[in-house]
Design a protein around this ligand. Structure first.
Ligand code: SAH
Length: 341
C-alpha cells in the first residue's frame, strides 16, 4: 500500500494506464483527495465501484498524527506530528497580511551542521517521503481550519538533500485541481548544494529560490557552515548566476546577523561587492539564539546600520520581522522540547 499523497498527476496517469484505465481519471482523483478531502475512496461518486476497489487495494488515504498544536500570541501555530515510524516532525503555520503560510520540514534531523542552527543538533535519520511533506500542508490546513496560500520549505532539513521528493511535493501542491498553491507562492531555501541549484534551474515550475548565504566570504562561511567546504562562495555564486540567467528569476539571499561574526560594516561592504549586479533580494534575519550555541543576536543598532549600508550600496534589502518566538517556532528554532534528550 502506498500513500495517495505521494502521487503526482503524472504518476497517477501512468498507474491508471498500466491497469488499463483512462488516464483522465487522475485529475478526478486529485480533485476528490485535495478539494473534497475524502477520507475514504468510497466517497468518490464519479468513478465506478470496480476501479474504486482497485484504488483501495493500492493506495491509502493516510494522515499525520498530531501530537501537539501550540498557538503563539501573534497567531503563529506550531504542530508536532508523529510519523508512521514514530519519528516526530514540526510544521509551522503563519498568518500573514496576504494569507496563511506553512513552513514545512523535509527531513527527520539534518546533516548540514550549520553551527548556529538548532535543527542540525539531531543528525538526519531519513528523508521525508513526498506524502509526508504534502500531508503537513493538508493536516495543518485542516487542524487550523484555514486555506493555505503560501508554502516555505524552511523547516528542519536541507530540501536539496531530499531533492526528488521536494520537487514532487511542489508539483502536487501546485496542481490546479488540488491544493492549487501558486508556484510563485512557494519558496524553497537551500544552504547551497551547488549541483542541485544547477538541476533546479531546469525545473519548470516558478517556485522561488532562497539561498542561506550568511557570510560574505569563505573565511567566515567556513566557520559557520560546513557545506561551504564542499561548495565555496565563488562556486555558489556561479551557480546562482547561472540559475538567474537560465530562469530569469530573482533569488532571495538570506543573511542571519550574528554578533561579532558577520555583522560588521566591512562584511556589509563585502556582501554588497559579492552581490553587485545580481538580481537578488537580501533578507537580513535577526538571529534567534539557541541555548546550546555560543552565537548571539546582533545589537538592534548594528542590524540597522548593516541594513542602511546595504541600502546605500543600492541592494534590494529587508530586515525580516519575526513571528512565533514565544513558542520556539521562529526561524531556525524548530526543535521541539519533545526531541530534547
Ligand atoms: N536547510 C535549508 C532550509 C532550512 S533553515 C537552508 O539552510 O536554507 C531556514 C533558514 O533558517 C536558513 O536560512 C537557516 O540558516 C536559518 N536559521 C537556522 N537557524 C537559525 C536561527 N537560530 N535563527 C535564525 N535563522 C536561522
Amino acid at each position: 500500500m502506498e500513500s495517495i499523497y505521494g502521487y503526482s498527476e503524472e504518476m497517477l496517469k501512468n498507474y491508471l494506464t498500466e491497469i488499463g484505465e483512462k488516464p483522465f481519471r487522475a485529475s478526478q482523483i486529485i480533485e476528490w483527495v485535495y478539494r473534497h478531502r475524502i477520507s475514504s475512496f468510497d466517497e468518490i461518486t464519479n468513478i465506478k465501484k470496480g476501479l474504486l476497489e482497485t484504488l483501495k487495494q493500492r493506495f491509502i488515504l493516510d494522515t499525520l498524527e498530531c501530537v501537539t498544536q501550540q498557538k503563539s500570541a501573534d497567531g503563529t501555530q506550531k504542530f508536532l506530528f508523529r510519523l508512521h515510524d514514530g519519528n516526530l516532525i514540526e510544521t509551522v503555520l503563519m498568518r500573514q497580511d496576504y494569507g496563511y503560510s506553512v513552513c514545512v520540514t523535509t527531513e527527520v534531523g539534518c546533516n548540514m551542521g550549520c553551527c548556529f542552527c538548532a535543527s542540525g543538533m539531531k543528525k538526519k535519520l531519513r528523508n521525508l517521503e513526498t506524502s509526508e511533506i504534502v500531508l503537513q500542508v493538508m493536516c495543518v490546513s485542516k487542524l487550523a481550519e484555514v486555506r493555505v496560500s503560501h508554502v516555505v520549505v524552511m523547516g528542519i532539513g536541507e530540501p536539496f538533500d531530499n531533492y526528488d521528493n521536494v520537487i514532487r511535493f511542489f508539483k502536487i501542491i501546485n496542481h490546479p485541481l488540488g491544493l492549487e498553491i501558486g508556484a510563485r507562492h512557494i519558496t524553497v531555501s537551500t544552504c547551497g548544494i551547488v549541483d542541485k541549484i544547477y538541476e533546479y534551474a531546469e525545473f519548470d515550475l516558478q517556485v522561488n529560490l532562497a539561498i542561506s548565504l550568511h557570510a560574505p566570504n569563505d573565511e567566515i562561511r567556513n566557520q559557520i557552515m560546513p557545506v561551504n567546504r564542499a561548495y565555496p562562495v565563488a562556486k555558489l555564486l556561479e551557480a546562482i548566476r547561472y540559475y538567474i540567467e537560465r530562469t530569469n528569476r530573482r533569488v532571495t539571499i538570506e543573511y542571519i546577523l550574528l554578533r561579532g561574526i558577520n555583522d560588521s560594516l566591512e562584511c556589509a561592504d563585502m556582501l554588497a561587492d559579492l552581490l553587485h549586479g545580481l538580481n537578488a533580494y537580501v533578507n537580513l534575519i535577526p538571529y534567534n539564539e539557541v541555548i546550546e550555541k555560543p552565537y548571539k543576536r546582533s545589537e538592534r543598532e548594528t542590524m540597522l546600520q548593516f541594513f542602511d549600508h546595504l541600502k546605500k550600496r543600492r541592494l534590494n534589502v529587508q530586515l525580516r520581522r519575526e513571528q512565533g518566538g514565544d513558542i520556539d517556532a521562529a526561524c531556525g528554532q524548530l526543535r521541539s522540547k519533545h526531541l530534547k534528550n
